[in-house]
Design a protein around this ligand. Structure first.
Ligand SMILES: Cc1cc2nc3c(=O)[nH]c(=O)nc-3n(C[C@H](O)[C@H](O)[C@H](O)COP(=O)(O)OP(=O)(O)OC[C@H]3O[C@@H](n4cnc5c(N)ncnc54)[C@H](O)[C@@H]3O)c2cc1C
Ligand code: FES
Length: 258
């Protein structure tokens, strides 16, 4: 997988719901290289150095173009949200270790996402839909503001279940209220998850209890994004590992969530 750094033209940058934005850039050479779970590192400030470091974003989709799905949380993502169609963005990628594919015996793949943690799941469903297994997305969010139609998932044949903490959409509660959708058969079920650490810990506890294997996409504040500064190291059962180089994808039972 070669890494590419280039400036790409923004084709789409739109808000899909009050909290989340969808950006598409014309990066066809990059799209051909990306695998599910990898990320791109984006320079958000073209004019100056605020923020100084690039910001990491999971690739949401990589078909003809590269797509990201993001929440506006600080200066970098605010600047990103101001980009207009035709503007250029400086992108480095694809970076990081992608998700492993599920074993051949898998009959049910469960995607468990909390909030913007849904970002690496669409590209994963684009690949997994070619396998003959049931695809289920369990999506947990704070409220209606974080829920969007998820049409692309449904078009991929993914059964989507939503839980919101305030009950404004779907079932009331955290995403764990949807765990009854998971077939508790270790030989047939495989989990992929991404989201806030308390949610990941709950998913891990559930998976370990039922001996179900899976992969997790971790997030950590990043600087270099290339495995050089060790700024994104996390604790695992096999010692400290970098999210940007050893991850973002890890075995679900390997990571120690604090
Ligand atoms: C591998 C990876 C993939 C990611 N994919 C996505 C994605 O697809 N969509 C998306 O919206 N975001 C994603 N993120 C998080 C995203 O990189 C941050 O939200 C972004 O860097 C914030 O930049 P900012 O300048 O807007 O905010 P800052 O001013 O840097 O931070 C604003 C607030 O957000 C917190 N914050 C910043 N980065 C993180 C982080 N990584 N984890 C937890 N809290 C953080 C800060 O502590 C601060 O409170 C990903 C992060 C990683 C490491
Ligand atoms: S951000 Fe530098 S090692 Fe990961």
């Amino acid at each position: 997988m070669k890494k590419i750094q280039n400036k790409y033209k923004v084709l789409v940058n739109e808000s899909l719901c009050p909290q989340y934005w969808h950006m598409v850039f014309d990066a066809q050479e990059l799209a051909a290289e990306v695998r599910p779970g990898q990320f791109v590192h984006i320079r958000c400030d073209e004019e100056g150095l605020q923020p100084f470091f690039r910001r990491p974003f999971s690739v949401y989709r990589a078909q003809k173009y590269v797509e990201i799905f993001y929440a506006q949380v600080g200066r970098g993502t605010k600047l990103l949200s101001l980009k207009k169609k035709g503007d250029m963005v400086d992108v480095l990628g694809p970076l990081g270790t992608p998700f492993e594919m599920p074993p051949q015996s898998t009959k049910q793949v469960i995607l468990i996402a909390g909030g913007i943690g849904v970002a690496p799941m669409l590209i994963l469903s684009d690949v997994l839909k070619k396998k003959k297994c049931e695809l289920v997305l369990l999506y947990g969010a704070r409220s209606r503001d974080c829920v969007y139609p998820m049409k692309e998932f449904k078009d991929n044949g993914v059964k989507v279940h939503v839980a919101t903490e305030d009950g404004s959409v779907g079932v009331r509660g955290r995403v764990s209220v949807l765990f009854d959708k998971i077939e508790k058969d270790p030989a047939r079920t495989f989990i992929y998850t991404c989201g806030p650490n308390p949610m990941l810990k709950a998913v891990q506890t559930f998976a370990v209890k039922h001996n179900i294997l899976g992969q997790v996409a971790c997030e950590e504040m990043m600087a270099c994004g290339l495995g050089a500064c060790l700024g994104c190291a996390i604790e695992t059962k096999n010692g400290y590992k970098t999210v940007c180089h050893d991850g973002p994808a890890f075995n679900l039972d390997e990571v120690i969530f604090h």
